[in-house]
Design a protein around this ligand. Structure first.
Ligand code: ADP
Ligand code: MG
Length: 728
């Protein structure tokens, strides 16, 4: 019995764990594991509560006394709920979350046990930073790094199983010199800058707006694979994706998985992690089967960006933990299986004011629509001017497999606005007026009397656009499923903030020169529209024609990650980031290096896995099978059944031809890897990996996948696609 068949048998025999769903209503259990506003109201003095609320709302600094009181309240709340430890919970540039637990337990001078948690421990901690990526921001001897409490994201209790609970305190992570070593620090800076810039522009339209909050709803796609089969795939285990595997006879061509009925086993997993997520204050709402077999999606209600990103990072961690309980491995890789859809993370982003306006929602009032158009066009202009940087923000070894693979947006950044809006902008340019009205046009007349008229959205969907307007928000669809959304959001927030500052500067200039406000706005927007029009695309973003058309329009189509990342350190990027104070030139260079290094490491691991699997799993198995065939052929020859022996010999030859090529290619790949590893300069090393080493992956795969069709099914060592993808 092979490891694979044992694994398959185990997977077939799975029974979902018995769940006892909570008896409370969702509204009652929501956030019950968070140190929420309600908890603070109950446990803090009125003065401390007001101070911390202000800090959350307006970013004012919390003084030590308040921190002391909050720490005491957090401690008693956490201990009453069964916590024994606390940790600063942060997001280093590894792409995962990090935690280092300390016990509340401590000893007094006279050796008595007490439970302690001081304000100073809440506000700041000092983990050894030397093993986190810093991109050269920190020499090894300067190991110090600091984590600092982010009061705007509620502390929460993480259940570690076996009864242990830890109080997790969302934090930023910086180096000894104060430079950002994480995603949260620059994200918070970008949110502050965007708030200021957007509020400034709002003042032209609504004087009462004093704060603009960017909002984000993250749709998360993922695959589920049975744990046993996962362990029977060293490539999934090591690299997160299958490097070999022939397509099953049935893949996604019947489109029968998308929105299909959810299997009981998968449903049990979803129900379980959703309840835990809700307790952690993660507002998960939507679940469905995705296009590919074995693929699913989960989407929350949108929140303020910082919270949405913390919640997504926490959700990914939680899904993995709950997955273990259900014997599922959750695959967040962008392309775990070739030949079927990969996974993305759609970032739905908008701007909302403290007066309750969604700045990206059109209305029926022409005056308000000028404000809407202002924000819309500033976003389009920012995306147009910094398309390469947005492209860089979603570049990784994993996402490279997905972008432009006929199922995901291409590596060309374009914006979809929809017909009605485009008409409106054209009208603005030709007449200087806009007349969008929500009238007759916006309702479908179905002619079925029982069904009420359905309201028509003011844009259709375009699933092929990387950055599309969806009626009241933009959806950045090209983000990779395994990525921390902070990188694209830091960039989007910053380029939009920069653009809004520019818009305001020009408006102020024109108003000072005596121009009328509406005229000035329309004039600027007209120009923005004409300047950024070439990035607007309504057609099929997956088509070959678009690639040609985009080239004619002069849009970049950067295919390789190592090239795409360059945008992080151009003068243009540095000047925008320094002007807005989000990242310094040194911090940008560091991020560039970390991403590039990450790319090299991922390819290095994949290449090693490919070599190992090809030689030690595939070729070795195949040779044994060949021996069996050879024995059969010899017996037939001994019996003078030469004609009957011939087809068997044919298979032996076929197999040999693939084995010979595989051996040769693996050898060459190893040599090119050695060559790459010896290149000192990081970009050149990444380029060598991306353009030489990686080139062997698909070639080797081609021959291995052919062998999968030639070898007795019983002997094949790796779990097959059909076994992993069709979960019951
Ligand atoms: P669709 O199915 O068309 O993608 P949904 O209404 O399901 O649209 O929304 C997808 C995601 O967009 C959800 O996470 C939702 O919360 C989020 N979303 C909706 N409105 C906003 C908004 N104003 N800002 C940010 N995200 C939003
Ligand atoms: Mg959607």
């Amino acid at each position: 019995m092979t490891f694979r068949s044992k694994a398959f048998e185990i997977a077939q025999g799975r029974v979902s764990p018995v769940l006892t769903p909570p008896t409370e209503k969702v509204a009652d259990l929501y956030g019950s594991n968070t140190f929420s506003d309600d908890v603070m109201k109950t446990l803090l003095s009125a003065e401390a509560y007001t101070k911390i609320s202000n800090s959350i709302r307006s970013g004012s600094t919390i003084d030590r006394e308040v921190a002391e009181e909050v720490a005491a309240a957090m401690k008693s709340w956490a201990i009453s709920k069964g916590a024994t430890h606390y940790t600063h919970w942060f997001q280093p540039l590894t792409g995962t979350t990090a935690e280092k637990h300390d016990s509340f337990f401590d000893l007094t001078m006279d050796g008595k046990a007490v439970e302690k948690f001081k304000g100073s421990a809440l506000v700041q901690q000092e983990p050894d930073a030397s093993s986190f990526p810093s991109g050269g921001l920190r020499a090894t001897f300067e190991a110090r790094g600091y984590t600092g409490w982010d009061p705007s994201s509620p502390a929460f209790l993480m259940d570690n199983g076996a009864g242990g609970k830890t109080l997790c305190i969302p934090s930023v992570f910086i180096s000894y010199n104060g430079e950002a070593l994480d995603y949260k620090a620059p994200l918070l800076r970008s949110l502050m800058t965007l708030d200021k810039a957007a509020t400034g522009v709002c003042q032209f339209f609504n004087r009462d707006v004093s704060k603009v909050t960017p909002t984000l709803g993250i749709e998360q796609e993922y695959f589920l694979v049975d744990k046993a089969l996962y362990y029977a795939r060293p490539d999934l285990l090591m690299a997160g994706r299958t490097v070999f595997g022939h397509n099953p006879a049935r893949g996604q061509q019947l489109d029968d998985h998308y929105f299909g009925s959810i299997s009981p086993r998968v449903n049990a997993f979803m129900v379980d992690f959703e309840f835990e997520a809700l307790k952690l204050g993660i507002p998960v709402r939507t679940r469905h089967n995705e296009v590919a077999p074995g693929q699913f999606e989960c989407a929350p209600t949108f929140e303020e960006v910082n919270l949405a990103i913390d919640h997504n990072a926490l959700l990914m961690d939680l899904m993995q933990k709950i997955g273990d309980k259900h014997n599922f491995q959750v695959l967040f890789h962008e392309k775990p299986f070739a030949g079927i859809n990969g996974s993305g993370k759609h970032n739905n982003w908008s701007l909302s004011t403290d007066t309750g306006i969604n700045l990206l929602a059109p209305t029926s009032k022409p005056k308000e629509n000028l404000r809407f158009l202002t924000f819309l066009m500033n976003v389009v202009k920012a995306v147009h001017d910094h398309a390469d940087l947005l492209r860089a923000s979603i570049s990784s070894a994993g996402n490279e497999h997905r972008l432009g693979a006929n199922e995901a947006p291409p590596s060309i950044v374009s914006v979809f606005l929809g017909g009605d809006l485009t008409n409106m902008l054209e009208e603005l340019v030709s007449k200087g007026e806009i007349t969008l009205e929500k009238g007759e046009n916006f309702y479908y007349k179905l002619g079925i009397s029982r069904i009420p008229n359905l309201q028509r959205d003011n844009t259709d969907r375009n699933r092929t656009s990387p950055f599309c307007f969806t009626g009241n928000k933009f959806e950045y669809r090209a983000v990779g499923s395994s990525q921390n959304s902070a990188s694209p959001m830091i960039i989007l927030n910053t380029i939009v903030a920069n653009q809004l500052l520019e818009f305001k500067r020009e408006m102020d200039e024109r108003l000072a020169a005596g121009e009328e406000k509406k005229v000035a706005t329309v004039e600027i927007l007209k120009r923005y529209y004409l300047e950024s029009k070439n990035i607007l695309f309504e057609g099929n973003g997956y088509s070959e024609e678009w690639i040609e058309e985009a080239a004619k329009r002069g849009l970049s189509n950067i295919r390789e990650t190592f090239d795409a990342l360059y945008a992080y350190k151009t003068d243009k990027t540095i000047s925008v980031f320094e002007r807005t104070g989000v990242l310094s030139s040194r911090e940008l260079h560091a991020r560039y290096e970390i991403e590039l290094e990450n790319y090299v490491k991922k390819l290095q691991i994949e290449s090693r896995v490919i070599g190992d699997l090809a030689l030690n799993h595939i070729v070795s198995t195949v040779v044994k099978y060949q021996f069996k065939l050879a024995q059969t052929a010899r017996s037939l020859t001994d019996l003078e059944m030469l004609e009957e022996a011939e087809p068997i010999k044919e298979i032996i030859r076929d197999i040999s031809s693939h084995v010979v090529v595989i051996k040769k290619l693996v050898h060459e790949m190893t040599e090119s890897r050695k060559k790459a590893n010896n290149i000192e300069e990081l970009f050149e090393r990444a380029k060598c990996y991306g353009s030489e080493v990686k080139g062997y992956f698909d070639e080797i795969r081609y021959h291995v996948d052919k062998l999968e069709l030639l070898i007795d099914d019983e002997d094949w060592p790796l779990a097959k696609y059909r076994e992993m993808l069709f979960l019951e």
